[in-house]
Design a protein around this ligand. Structure first.
Ligand SMILES: Nc1ncnc2c1ncn2[C@@H]1O[C@H](COP(=O)(O)OP(=O)(O)OP(=O)(O)O)[C@@H](O)[C@H]1O
Length: 241
């Protein structure tokens, strides 16, 4: 496996059986995500974006096809190994922040290392915390923070283990425009300054305009794979389908 590739999926297929009917959520997707890049995954509701993210992140098993995180192929892994891989090598950022209210900001950020029983790289964590602007807030609890600040905690937590990839599912969906721009600028800087890899599902062409690459899904397939073309052009492309 190419060292420059953070995530690769091949023939990724996910079908669901509901009421005796087969729903094809992903219909054989092939894609590679290079290290140090920021990709936006777009497409209409029901096109398979969340399913792509969930299967690529090892949260859900595909019906067929393969996923590699770094050099590791996931289908052979036991549930325990898969859980460890998710914890140690993948960062997650969700629309709803998903922080633990009873823990401080610092404890939330260090939680993945704590769960792994590993010693965090303090210098790395400090530089991430500094970059997201949370150094003065480390002893606060999530409820004492604004939505944008909470999402910055989630970003710092996702990056704390220096993952192979950060998967973000509508990370700005719950934020106002200005706060969303701050969060997207931060994700962008994590890629540019820290060489991290981000794959982000979004409905918002402006959010997608922060990425290097835009993948558009329709009916469980990639129908467009574009370099960054700007928010206006992205909105046009989505409307033309
Ligand atoms: N657990 C499930 N059981 C049955 N069908 C499902 C399940 N999860 C997803 N699907 C179906 O798979 C298809 C793709 O869903 P998915 O959530 O990946 O789309 P999406 O592009 O993320 O949509 P949205 O933008 O609305 O979140 C849809 O037709 C959906 O109804």
């Amino acid at each position: 496996m190419d060292d420059m590739v953070a995530v690769r999926v091949e023939g990724l297929t996910r079908t669901y059986a509901t009421d005796g009917q087969q729903v094809v959520a992903l219909a054989g997707v092939d894609a590679a995500f290079a290290r140090g890049t920021f990709t936006a995954v777009m497409g209409p509701s029901g096109s398979g974006k969340s399913t792509l993210l969930q299967t690529a992140a090892g949260l859900d098993r595909p019906s067929a096809g393969q996923v590699w995180i770094g050099g590791t192929e996931l289908s052979e892994l036991s549930e325990t190994k898969l859980t460890e891989l998710r914890r140690d090598r993948i960062g997650f950022v969700f629309q709803a922040f998903n922080l633990i209210g009873a823990l401080t900001v610092e404890e939330n950020i260090l939680l993945p290392s704590k769960l792994a029983g590993t010693r965090p790289d303090r210098q790395w964590v400090a530089s991430v915390v500094e970059r997201v602007g949370l150094t003065p807030r480390l002893s606060h609890r999530p409820a004492q923070l604004s939505g944008g600040q909470q999402q910055r905690v989630a970003i710092a937590r996702a990056l704390s283990v220096r993952p192979d990839v950060v998967f973000a599912d509508e990370p700005t969906g719950a934020l106002d425009t200005e706060t969303a721009a701050e969060v997207l600028t931060l994700l962008r800087s994590m890629v540019d300054e820290f060489g991290q890899t981000v794959v982000m599902v979004t409905h918002d062409p402006v959010a997608a305009s922060y990425a290097d690459r835009v993948l558009v899904l329709a009916d469980g397939q990639i129908v467009r794979d574009l370099p960054q073309v700007g928010a206006e052009k992205i909105a046009e492309l989505l409307a033309s389908r």
